[in-house]
Every structure is written in structure tokens, then in C-alpha cells.
Ligand binder design. Structure first.
Ligand SMILES: NC(=O)c1ccc[n+]([C@@H]2O[C@H](COP(=O)([O-])OP(=O)(O)OC[C@H]3O[C@@H](n4cnc5c(N)ncnc54)[C@H](OP(=O)(O)O)[C@@H]3O)[C@@H](O)[C@H]2O)c1
Length: 264
């Protein structure tokens, strides 16, 4: 298969380097990194033997090319390397919104798989939405991202916008929720330290229980909600007519729309 060439190794590229290292999928020697300012993880990989800024001859050895620059910069990143690549190199793109056909055209017609990952790939708990019209590219993407978390395959590329809004962007929704819960706890009279520890530990524990029990979230919610109790009082606000469901519907719609705009 040959080494993997990373175009862009910032936050998401770095998370993948960590996850693949933990999963034993990739040694630094299997990596080539092209990035003017690699992030911490990429720098550690370079120090451990990954090739930084490979020349054209080295890039020709790459079997897989991971496109991991900001969506606004993807054309530039593709144009800089396309001619040097082997004809059968497979392109895996994590650039939000950018269509597979556009990527394939910019990479001289090479096979493309699109992935929308999450940064928890760094600890083997990522989520990846996958779309690929080409079965060989899909196989490679499934292998790379299955090693660092769950993979959900989409049958229609247009669903990538919804998957980006529901998954790729969603870790930030939870972090924003925790920030707001900490603030609300402090507003209710807790010290900032107590509010911080209570909110973070409670939400992390509840998320772990959801993952490990396999139970439906609605069932877990019912288990901790006594009729007429404190939780019910809060849920009447959170699940009310202007509560979480319509709010998240609007948030997801806004993210999906942004994904369409970024794709151009
Ligand atoms: N972060 C996430 O949670 C997340 C989740 C899902 C998908 N994604 C996708 O992942 C991609 C990267 O996001 P990110 O957050 O990792 O961005 P990032 O931290 O900015 O990393 C991108 C890296 O690419 C470098 N770069 C810029 N132009 C380049 C070029 N022509 N060739 C090679 N490298 C170049 C950047 O260097 P400079 O800093 O010098 O510009 C930067 O180090 C985006 O397309 C995004 O849609 C991100």
C-alpha cells in the first residue's frame, strides 16, 4: 500500500496520528507529513521518523493521501502535490463540505473517499461518516477510520452535510453544553471549582454509561427522573417547546447549511 501522505497535520490530522499510533496501525516511518507548521502530534511523529515535507520522489511512494487542510485551502494543497503522486494513490479527504468529484478532478481523476471524522479518534473513540463511490477507496477509509472508532457509511454524498452537522461538529455542542452547565451551577450558588468538577465529572460519567450500557438515552433519562422530582422540573424546561430539540434542530440545520457553502 505504501506510506500515507498527510496534507495538513493540524488539530484533526494530529488526532488521527495519535489514534493510529495507539491502535498500532501506523508507525512514524509509514507517514509523510506535508505542512508548513505541523501541530504537536505531527512534530512528535516527525521526531520519531515520519518524513516531513517529502520531495516529489518520496511523494510518489504514497499509497494513500489524506487531505486534512482547512476547506478553504484544499485546492491549493491539491495543486501542490497532484503531479508528483502515483497514478493509483487513493485520496481520503476530511475537508468539510468539499465534493468527491471536485477532489478527484483536482487530483487528476484519482479515487476518492470522503470522511467526516471527530477528534476523539485521538483516543480510539472517534466517529467517522464515510462516503465513497469507489469500493477500493471505501475499503481503505474503513480500515483507517475503523481502527480509531465507529464508522457510519452514507449511501448518498449529499448526506455528508447532515452527518457533518450531526457528528463532525457535534463534539463542540457537548463542550458548549458543559460550559453552560458549569456557568449555571455557579449562578445557582456553587463555587466555580465545585461547579466545574460536578458538571465535567457528571457529563463524562453519563456519556460513558450511555456508551457502555447500550441502553436507549430515553430509557436512561426515565431511570433518573422521578415524577414530580428535581430532574423533572429541569426537563420541563429542557424538553419544553423552546427547549433542546428545536434548538438542536436549528443548530444542526445551520451547520449543514455552512457545510454546503464551504463546499462551494
Ligand atoms: N478539527 C476538527 O474537529 C475537525 C473535525 C472534522 C473534520 N475536520 C476537517 O479537517 C480539516 C483540517 O481541520 P483542522 O482543524 O485540523 O485544521 P488546522 O488545525 O488548521 O490544520 C490544518 C493544517 O494544514 C496546514 N496547511 C495549510 N495549507 C497547507 C498546504 N497547502 N499543504 C499542507 N498543509 C497545509 C495548516 O498550516 P497553517 O496553520 O500554517 O495554515 C495547518 O497546520 C478541515 O478541512 C476540517 O473540515 C476537522
Amino acid at each position: 500500500m505504501g506510506p500515507l501522505l498527510m496534507l495538513g497535520a493540524g488539530r484533526m490530522g494530529g488526532a488521527l496520528i495519535s489514534g493510529w499510533r495507539l491502535a498500532g496501525l501506523m508507525k512514524p516511518q509509514d507517514l509523510m507529513i506535508r505542512d508548513p507548521q505541523p501541530g504537536d502530534e505531527a512534530q512528535a511523529a516527525i521526531a520519531a521518523g515520519a518524513l516531513h515535507d517529502p520531495d516529489a520522489a518520496a511523494m510518489r511512494r504514497a499509497g494513500i493521501v489524506l487531505l486534512a487542510v482547512k476547506p478553504q485551502l484544499w485546492r491549493e494543497a491539491a495543486a501542490q502535490v497532484s503531479e508528483a503522486l502515483a497514478p493509483d494513490a487513493v485520496i481520503i479527504s476530511i475537508a468539510a463540505g468539499v465534493a468527491a468529484d471536485d477532489i478527484s478532478a483536482a487530483f487528476g481523476g484519482r479515487s476518492v473517499a470522503r470522511i467526516m471524522p471527530t477528534t476523539a479518534a485521538a483516543i480510539g473513540q472517534g466517529t467517522a461518516s464515510l462516503y465513497a463511490a469507489d469500493s477500493h477507496a471505501a475499503d481503505i477509509a474503513r480500515r483507517l477510520f475503523g481502527a480509531v472508532g465507529a464508522v457510519v457509511e452514507l449511501e448518498d454524498e449529499s448526506l455528508m452535510h447532515a452527518a457533518t452537522a450531526t457528528s463532525g461538529s457535534a463534539p463542540a455542542y457537548l463542550y458548549a453544553f458543559v460550559e453552560a452547565l458549569e456557568g449555571a451551577g455557579a449562578a445557582a450558588g456553587l463555587s466555580p471549582e465545585a461547579a466545574r468538577t460536578l458538571a465535567r465529572a457528571t457529563i463524562s460519567g453519563a456519556a460513558a454509561l450511555l456508551a457502555e450500557s447500550g441502553a436507549e438515552p430515553a430509557e436512561l433519562r426515565r431511570q433518573v427522573t422521578s415524577p414530580g422530582g428535581t430532574t423533572q422540573a429541569a426537563l420541563e424546561v429542557l424538553m419544553g417547546p423552546d427547549g433542546l430539540a428545536p434548538l438542536l434542530e436549528r443548530a444542526v440545520a445551520a451547520a449543514a447549511e455552512r457545510s454546503r457553502v464551504l463546499g462551494g
